[in-house]
Ligand binder design. Structure first.
Ligand code: S3P
Length: 179
């Protein structure tokens, strides 16, 4: 992370973490508090492709989705004064995170497989979780990704047993420490 020392404030706030960790809801709260623009990376991807994420996966496969995701990550990293809620898989490509980190402070919203499952079980917008045993899938994906989330995070925030407001407050505290 490179700090803009003249302005005394990191440019973008970048939220990473597994699906259902609260990135978008928390992102909206802190964007309001900070007077920054909120961007949901998945929405930008859907706009760019003119189709839903489910359809991108179904028609073109995951690799194609990851390519669009990288384009969007690199594009957003060039902008500033944003709060960016990243897709859960953004950490899978190093170039995404290198770009986002240059101009942003990265928060990992950490959640246990069980609380993730509770939050996503009634939502069918996530192609990777449309499997027979979503909890096992969450555990499997997390076991691969956990290391990457931790590796790229400037700050890790435990979200289990916290409300969205409490998570947002914790992020604000961390930002104010640096400011
Ligand atoms: C994905 C997470 C999703 C979305 C896509 C793939 C992943 O975003 O980008 O379904 O690989 O973890 P959210 O984390 O916002 O649900």
């Amino acid at each position: 992370m490179e700090k803009d020392s003249d302005k005394g404030f990191v440019m973008n706030v970048v939220l990473i973490g597994f699906m259902g960790s609260g990135k978008s809801s928390v992102g909206r709260i802190i964007a309001k508090k900070l007077g920054k623009r909120f961007i949901d990376m998945d929405d930008v991807i859907e706009d760019k492709a003119s189709m839903s994420i489910n359809d991108i996966f179904a028609k073109f496969g995951e690799e194609h989705f990851r390519d669009i995701e990288s384009e969007v990550a690199l594009m957003l990293a060039e902008d500033n004064n944003l709060v960016i809620s990243c897709g859960g898989g953004v950490i899978l490509r190093e170039k995404n995170m290198r770009a986002l980190k240059k101009n942003g402070m990265v928060f990992y919203l950490k959640a246990s497989p069980e609380s993730i499952y509770r939050r996503v079980k009634d939502d069918n917008s996530r192609p990777l979780l449309k499997v027979k045993d979503p909890l096992a899938q969450i555990k499997q994906l997390l076991s691969v990704r956990e290391l990457l989330y931790n590796q790229w995070a400037d700050i890790v925030i435990d979200t289990d047993s916290k409300s969205l407001e409490e998570v947002a407050e914790e992020i604000m505290k961390q930002i104010n420490k640096i400011d």
